[in-house]
Design a protein around this ligand. Sequence first.
Ligand code: ASP
Length: 166
Amino acid sequence: MQFDYRIPSGYETCGAAVESPMKMNGLPMSVYAPETVGCVVVDREGRCAAATSTGGLMNKMIGRIGDSPLIGAGTYACNLAGVSCTGEGEAIIRGTLAREVSAVMEYKGLGLQEAVDFVIKNRLDEGYAGLIAVSSKGEVAYGFNCNGMFRGCASEDGFMEVGIWE
Ligand code: ASP
């Protein structure tokens, strides 16, 4: 039998009175540890950086590393783009999601949002996940194959935006 680490074991007896109806990546919010923060930035010289902090998924196997610290999977930055992912780490790792965004920009000549859309559509197999990205040209993009993804954006001219749904 394969243990599904995404489903809290004994959840119904853990004393939580009411389950929140909110879902992220198709899973109840309670499955996620609370610390997930991904950040991508680009400076005025076009230098991109990415960072991802996560508590992983609730009930994860002992020793599970997840995608967030794996450069190229959950986090990646190069001279073209910076990318940070969230969602089911196993699917993100299988698709080397973060690296793929800059790879298709480099090899297919796609723009940032096109590259994000391509990767979300073609490189995620059965998993639910999303990502945020910036390009060295200062573009901002995001994508996900699930109901919603908490995100925000700020630029030096004072523009600010937050979103959950598409
Ligand atoms: N990607 C993380 C993991 O699978 C979860 C998250 O922070 O979105 O460990």
